[in-house]
Ligand binder design. Structure first.
Ligand SMILES: [Zn+2]
Length: 207
């Protein structure tokens, strides 16, 4: 067996472990207080119109970030579930505090306003009830224009959405990307499910 194949086996195993040990992952991440504080300050800078980098500010061409993500997932699709879990931690820490509302409909309406503001994409709500919703992203920064590589790669989007809604609702939330431009679709489509389980994540960065 080549090293490449072994690596796949190892990553696949760790992805399975991560979802099983999600509580541990959240606890481990919460130890990185300095990191959370720094990124928190970056979001504050964004809200106040302050630049993080003195010369170039906060914006850059998307291709570099997206190329490294696309090739990472293409070569190691086993990382997708792992990245989704990490996205949930990010969503609870940084997206949840900027959302308003007390039920899924209000929170989703508040959330879809962020994507065009950040030039991530244009989002549209297809359906929303108390515990389930479907929304789409058009011109997604992660995958628009890519050929069909047989993968739905916008796991950071689904992860951050799941983490943000979970922290806000106090119930476990899962989001699955069901359509993706990298999987032959014209847009990305996500299904949100609110489960009857207590949330693991809390809103905001660890104190
Ligand atoms: Zn996508």
């Amino acid at each position: 067996m080549s090293d490449y194949t072994r690596l796949h086996t190892l990553i696949k195993a760790s992805a399975g472990l991560t979802s099983g040990a999600y509580r541990d992952l959240v606890e481990e991440a919460s130890k990185a207080k300095e990191l959370f504080a720094a990124i928190n300050d970056h979001y504050k800078a964004l809200a106040e119109g302050r630049q993080i980098r003195p010369t170039f500010g906060n914006e850059m061409q998307i291709l570099y970030m997206r190329d490294r993500q696309t090739f990472t997932f293409m070569l190691f699709p086993e990382l997708l579930p792992l990245s989704y879990q990490i996205g949930k931690v990010i969503g609870a820490a940084y997206i949840a505090p900027s959302l308003t509302g007390t039920n899924l409909k209000e929170l989703l309406e508040s959330n879809v306003r962020i994507a065009p503001e950040h030039k991530y994409g244009r989002q549209e709500i297809v359906k929303v009830t108390d515990n389930e919703a479907i929304y789409r992203t058009y011109e997604c920064a992660d995958c628009y224009g890519l050929p069909n590589i047989g993968l739905k790669i916008c796991v950071y989007e689904s992860g951050t959405a799941a983490g943000a809604f979970e922290a806000k609702l106090g119930k476990k939330v899962e989001v699955v990307e069901e359509k993706c431009c990298a999987n032959g679709d014209q847009y990305c489509e996500f299904r949100i499910s609110v489960l009857d389980e207590k949330a693991v994540l809390q809103e905001g960065t660890p104190k």
